[in-house]
Design a protein around this ligand. Sequence first.
Ligand code: SAM
Length: 256
Amino acid sequence: MLALSRDQFSKAGIAEQFAKSKVHSDKEFLSKIVSLAKLEPGSTVLDVASGTGFVAVEFAHKTKGLVIGTDITREMLGWARKHAEREAVNDHTTFLLAEGSRQPFPDQSFDNVVSRLALHHIPDPGPVVKEMARLVKQGGRIIIADQISPEDEEAARFHDEFERFRDPSHQKALKLSELNKLYKEAGLTTKGWKYSPVLLQLEDWAMRAGCDKERTDVLRRMMLGANPRFRRAFQIRESDGYTWFRLQRVILAGTP
Ligand SMILES: C[S@@+](CC[C@H](N)C(=O)[O-])C[C@H]1O[C@@H](n2cnc3c(N)ncnc32)[C@H](O)[C@@H]1O
């Protein structure tokens, strides 16, 4: 399963697509995440499954403390380092190879432990949330931001089906109730949350995962041909010759 994610994100051109993605660099989404953090000038931050480093770099602009990003894909981390350098925050930003549930740091090392758009790639996300909880200081913040599925079980299944067809490393988008349960099981108390829905253009979204024209056409048929309940749940529509749909995302902050 780990290999699936690593294979997907190290495919030729994928890390570069991410590094240039407007969806991932969107300032509004990043600001909402930062607004839920506990930040003072020297606060430290760990960004788990950091990818090309958008979240880590955003935090590095807000704190003079150490910011560390970890990920299992070397290619993604390579782009993260370039990004930190370009943004001139590389003096207090570091990127390391590490799996989400096995971070090489002592207990209570960080003021904030964050992770964005990664849990849905991880087959068993519980141990990752527990590892994040282990690493945060008392009074600090755990912040997880990810796409969420509707509570309607069938619509949630359709969600995972189209995501997995686009990107075989997709495992499961959690429902908000499931994410809240993982926080509880990790001993975290919820400190706040924000929604950050995103409108996606199917063709661009499919290309970012490396889909060719044939695969993109199947995805388009899957979405446009879906039953009206699912079309409503994801606001699937055609406009200007493109296919559009909306995913719900949540940013959930907790404290030990
Ligand atoms: C969609 S990208 C998101 C990157 C980044 N967090 C962001 O929001 O821009 C997902 C990242 O999760 C990483 N990943 C997947 N499974 C992982 C795991 N078990 N441990 C650590 N990283 C993982 C992938 O390598 C990839 O870089």
